[in-house]
Design a protein around this ligand. Structure first.
Ligand code: ASP
Ligand code: MG
Length: 606
């Protein structure tokens, strides 16, 4: 007999019929010999409707009253589902978050769960009752027992947190899609259902998967090793398992970690190769990394910054003993690049190497939606007098390349700043194990809601990135991809570099205004904004230690004559920024290039 937590989303409980169908499924699970705790969302689009009502009364409703209002949606569903279960002869009881004892921080509309009392739940379970819990809500620990909500989409988080607190066998997330797909099926017709995916991959795929599964829920599942499955509530199909390796046992106090970062990682076996002033046209990255892959050299970090004039800089890191070969490949390409060079260009392309570097990384799902985290990393390094040579970011990681002599100092100060007590993780690439037949890429995501900003001529000294991203954080702008260019330019005797990054489109104007205001004081140049971009990303744990994965992605873009504006990577992800109107084409080409297309047609919505 297993203890199962089942969560049903809004469409799955969108009508009386649907609620009755859910009741049937719950009873079937109980009859199979299981104990069941059910977590439900508000019916259909109820929450949206309530938000709309509030805005008809106030343009800026108080967060406390919003919680009071929105929490009612789930309360309707729990009562109706309990009644439906009772109609089927199944003893059931509905409980609000407060009645269960789902204790959260006192932050209205975006509270994190601190702990969950299990005594009352266990009492009901012992009596053979199904417990129906209102998702998305909790109660603050203050004397006043304030009702809080966890943020939109938060019922997934309630369900996985309950499963962790009850040490359930697994948690089922029932929704209106069949599981997690290799790409958005509305854009890629032959997207395929994945049978499983790791929590780490799921988090990096946030822009693809977030609509299906709340990232905070994935984080809890990973931290507590809770097996999760995402399935359709319309069928009996198996869905997609979201898995994680069994983690260290962990206290249930402070369940949703208040800390935004849960690990500091480093890798000292890195060397840098940079190709400066390469012509800005499709095919260069493809050619460079294609050659590198032919030599079986494994590339770790890749970044390409935006261009100044008509040229780009591409920089990447390899293991120290691959440096000579990588440098040779880069040098061999130069003549082909100069052949097309307009003579007006002041300087020819050039290869630059830096053998003594180290990479330090902060990792954690808690940084999603917290704009200050990257800034804190940069200022921590700056305060320790450490200059950042390269920055590359993904959804759940920020990596900085620094001088190797600084790495121990960097780790100590970063662990201190982010309150990391376990030792830092050495990320040296494992010796290539048996190359599995596993596809190195699990899924491809497209994000059309980003804008690209560049700050020209940022003085190259410690603390500049910290200042810039702190300023943005103070104005509530979350930065996604950040890239610091390789090229230095000496202006009035000061070395400068460009820094480019992407933000949500709706934040682009704020970011521009904030930076334009601060530019004179910071000593930076012009702010350049490009709203018409698309970010396409490939994700897969198996790409670690497999040469040629990035090259295949770049080649797929080249075949479509798509120019790459920016590149950033993490261990299990490669992201490229391309022109917005080429985004969908890029997504399809890459999905196809990695052989992800299935033969099955996936029913998108019921
Ligand atoms: N009802 C809430 C929302 O629509 C929570 C949820 O459904 O997960 O955001
Ligand atoms: Mg949802």
């Amino acid at each position: 007999m297993a203890l199962i937590v089942q969560k049903y989303g809004g469409t799955s409980v969108g009508s009386v019929d649907r609620i009755q169908a859910v009741a049937q499924r719950v009873v079937k699970t109980v009859n199979a010999g299981n104990s069941v705790v059910v977590v439900v969302s508000a019916m259909g689009k109820t929450t949206d409707g309530l938000v709309k009502l509030a805005h008809e009364i106030s343009s800026n409703p108080s967060r406390r009253e919003m919680d009071m209002l929105l929490s009612t949606g789930e309360q309707v569903t729990i009562a109706l589902l309990s009644m439906a279960l009772q109609e089927l002869g199944q003893p059931a009881v509905s409980l609000t978050g407060a009645q269960v004892g789902i204790v959260t921080e006192a932050h209205h509309t975006r509270a994190r769960i601190l702990n969950i009392a299990t005594d009352r739940l266990e009492r009901h379970l012992k009596k053979g009752e199904v417990i129906v819990v209102a998702g998305f809500q909790g109660v603050s620990r203050t004397e006043d027992l304030e009702i809080t909500t966890l943020g939109r989409g938060g019922s997934d988080t309630s369900a996985v947190a309950l499963a962790a607190a009850l040490k359930a066998d697994f948690c089922e997330i029932y929704t209106d899609v069949p599981g997690i797909l290799t790409a958005d099926p509305r854009l890629v017709e032959d997207a395929q259902l994945m049978t499983d995916i790791t929590c780490d991959e799921m988090l990096e795929l946030a822009s693809l998967g977030a609509k299906v599964l709340h990232p905070r829920a994935v984080e809890i599942a990973r931290n507590y090793g809770m097996p999760l499955v995402v399935r359709s509530s319309w069928t009996d199909d198996p869905g997609t398992w979201v898995t994680s390796p069994m983690p260290q046992p962990r206290s249930l106090e402070g369940l949703e970690i208040a800390r935004p970062v849960d690990a500091v990682e480093f890798d000292t076996d890195q060397a840098k190769v940079a190709l400066l002033r390469v012509p800005d046209r499709p095919g260069i990255a493809s050619r460079l990394f294609g050659e590198i892959a032919t030599q079986s050299l494994d590339v770790d970090l890749v970044i390409q910054s935006i261009h100044e004039g008509n040229t780009n800089d591409i920089a990447f890191t390899v293991t120290k003993n691959s440096l000579n070969r990588a440098e040779a490949v880069a040098n061999a390409i130069i003549p082909a690049l100069t052949a097309h060079q307009p003579s007006s260009l002041e300087k020819a392309p050039e290869v630059m190497v830096e053998p003594q570097i180290a990479k330090v990384t902060i990792a954690g799902a808690g940084m999603i939606g917290r704009p200050g985290v990257a800034a804190r990393m940069f200022s921590t390094l700056a305060n320790a007098g450490i200059n950042i040579q390269m920055i590359s970011t993904s959804e759940v990681k920020v990596s900085c390349v620094i001088d190797q002599r600084d790495y121990e100092n960097a780790i100590v100060t970063l662990c201190h700043a982010f309150d990391i007590t376990q030792s830092a993780i050495d990320r040296q690439p494992k010796p290539q194990e048996t190359l599995t037949a596993q596809n190195p890429v699990r899924g491809v995501a497209l994000d059309l809601k980003q804008a690209q900003l560049a700050i020209r001529h940022v003085p190259d000294r410690p603390g500049m990135a910290a200042k810039i991203f702190q300023l943005l954080a103070d104005n509530n702008v979350s930065v996604d991809m950040i890239i610091q260019s390789q090229r230095c330019r000496v202006l009035n005797g000061v070395m400068t570099r460009d820094i480019a990054f992407t933000v949500a489109q709706m934040d682009a104007e704020t970011a521009r205004t904030v930076l334009e205001t601060a530019a004179p004081e910071l000593g930076c140049g012009e702010i350049v904004v490009d709203m018409a971009i698309a970010k396409v990303s490939i994700v897969g744990s198996e790409m670690v230690g497999q040469p040629g994965v990035a090259a295949r992605m770049f080649d797929a873009l080249y075949q479509q004559k798509i120019n790459i504006q920016m590149i950033a990577t993490s261990e299990i992800k490669v992201s490229c920024v391309v022109a917005e109107d080429q985004g969908v084409m890029a997504l399809r080409a890459i999905h196809h290039a990695f052989g992800l297309a299935g033969t099955q047609t996936i029913q998108v919505s019921a």
